[in-house]
Design a protein around this ligand. Sequence first.
Ligand code: KG4
Ligand code: ZN
Length: 335
Amino acid sequence: MTEPTILAIESSCDETSAAVIRGGKVLSNIVATQAVHELYGGVVPELASRAHQQNIIPVVTQALLTANVAKSELNAVAFTRGPGLLGALLVGCSFAKSFALGLGIPLIEVNHMQAHILAHFIDDPKPAFPFLCLTVSGGHTQVVLVKSHLEMEILGQTTDDAVGEAFDKIAKMLGLAYPGGPMLDKTAAQGNPDAFSFPVSNMPGYDFSFSGIKTSVLYFLRDKTKAAPAFVQENMADICASVQKTLIKTLLKKLKQAAADLGIREIAIAGGVSANTGLRHTLQEEAKKHNWNVYIPAFQYCTDNAGMIAISAHYQYLKGDFATQYVSPEPRMRI
Ligand code: KG4
Ligand code: ZN
């Protein structure tokens, strides 16, 4: 079967999402973002699991309706096996298993980080193999060598915090509303990126570190507000722009190094932080300098969504890569 119809489910963090794909074309991609976490300024795992339970049936129903696909037309059910929050993953995994069992169709387990990268194969233009992908999300920061749809190698990764976490935590220090990353991005657009300077970490190889900049911003704010209590309010846009510039510089330093060492000019970004306007813009600038072909996902496929799980499942289906009913979530799953 070259035109499989697959229902895909994503529930690794705070987005409950379902998509339907047919022959590699995404027919629907429904995302329910959980607002419950706003109150706490961050994702509360137990609340995420409960919200997934509430959302999953309406989201799956909507995905099938939008795609105009009946359950009887499905050839497989796919779900995110990991990485992610255990309780959250469990909801998608259990739902997918029962759905596949009830319909008597195969089950496909998808790696969330691989799916972020494969989101580039939903629409055109598609990167050519081999390409380098900088995968940047709330839980991961990786430079990945993508050899084929299902063959990937992590060349470097963060040794502490993910870049998305650094965006979110620094935004929280500045008193910006949750979710911090997009707020910091928006505020940075009005500021001067050269107003303040923060350290760019220097890790071996293609690895990253983001804990240092977090601490450096914390001490910077403490010292500045001691002298002038209104410092943050008066300099908010400049602080955001300077922090964002440093985070992007840290990311691009390793990406440029890997691209030069491997002689690769096909460069992609993926994951929630690839929605960042500064990163998208800087990557385009670097592309001109280094003669790169860059691939930046459409906004709807940057942050967590089941469309990317569906495209990964499509390639896995063609390869005959199915899971058994004994499969369980793997919170620390690697590519
Ligand atoms: O991929 P994703 O949706 O979930 C994970 O797999 O973690 O990524 C979420 C991360 C969060 O840290 C969020 O703040 C960040 O992506 N993010 C952004 C932007 N949009 C989302 N960070 C910076 N600028 C943005 N525009
Ligand atoms: Zn993600």
